[in-house]
Ligand binder design. Sequence first.
Ligand SMILES: Cc1ncc(COP(=O)(O)O)c(C=O)c1O
Length: 412
Amino acid sequence: MATTTLSKIETIREDFPELKRQFHGKPVVFLDSGASSLKPLPVIRALTDFYSYHYANVHRGIYQLSEEATDLYEGARTRTAKFIGAPSERGLIFTRGTTESLNLLAYSLGDTLGPGDEVVGTIMEHHSNQVPWQLLGKRRRTVLKHVGVTDEGVLEMGDYDKLVTDRTKIVTVTHVSNVLGTINPIKEISKIAHDHGAVCIVDGAQSTPHMPVDVKALGCDFFAFSGHKMCGPTGIGGLWGREELLEKMEPFLGGGDMIREVHLQESQWNELPYKFEAGTPNIAGAIGLGAAVDYLNHVGMEWVARHDEELIAYGMKRLHEQKGVRLLGPTDPKKHAGMLSFWLDYAHPHDIAQLMDSEAVCVRAGHHCAMPVNERFGVPATTRASVYLYNTEADLDAMVRAIDKVRRLFVR
Ligand SMILES: Cc1ncc(COP(=O)(O)O)c(C=O)c1O
């Protein structure tokens, strides 16, 4: 990290080379970290360094390079497990990301369910925490139920009392909604699940990058997250699970590394976490994720969360000053993390995003892979600005200037 007399945010921005780019003669304003974050130099260097000097396959070679690669890979696991407060690294499985983690659960845990067993989700889930449970329903004839969302964009907590019963085996919920920005009360939801003998699964794709996460304090049984949303590379993420539950589950994929012994008709599985890591893993990705974790620890997750909250409060204020803006999600910035999704009365989100692009402002337009929650709010799509540790109030000002431009063009 740069060591000059720059302010903390200036120092952070120096670490992200992409922020130095210009489009149409204007400096880039990146407000799409909810989709994927930019990468800091220490992560880029960790990847280059690994591929340049330490590359070999892991867990297999009895030679120095393979031992180095294994140490780097397993070191990344230990630090990532600690980052989310996992009691040990045995429960942390490297996956391709949140989607794969949730699909792993829908298969390996889901296949222990039978006809009539129930899964309780919510209508604010990303499709990756919706579709795997629908597929499970087709395979095992399980029943999928959904907790609703209030006009304010928070979960209808009373629905849990009605929907979670002794037939419920799984309660699954996102920690932070990727459309509404709502921070959900995971501790409370985990307790409701446990009171009925169900397990609680948390989609942490949008919380892990933005706030300190402690899976022990959350009280959940499984926690899924993606590296690319938290300064790490694409194609890597994690699933943390309680060891006693992971021990009972069958593997998701079969192949190398996940076995202890293979015979022609049957096999025995490797110990945790390898039982769930079939095939050559994304070694470089995991090492990059480890570097991202180090980077975020260095910046400080408390600082990231506070910075986020200040930007969201500022963005809300600026958006409320505009005419014809409908902002989705909780109005209290303390209950609202990372993103501002809005609807403009006079223009479609795709037109808005395109016009913003001409101002070098990168935002996302669409249903953000969460169609049911868009339906709930009666909008086909929204424009979503998502902030991260490298954003400033000036970025949000640039977005508001671009909205002004949209209004001048569309409202006559
Ligand atoms: C809340 C939430 N869950 C799951 C996902 C899926 O993550 P990935 O595509 O990294 O698997 C996303 C991605 O946007 C998300 O925002």
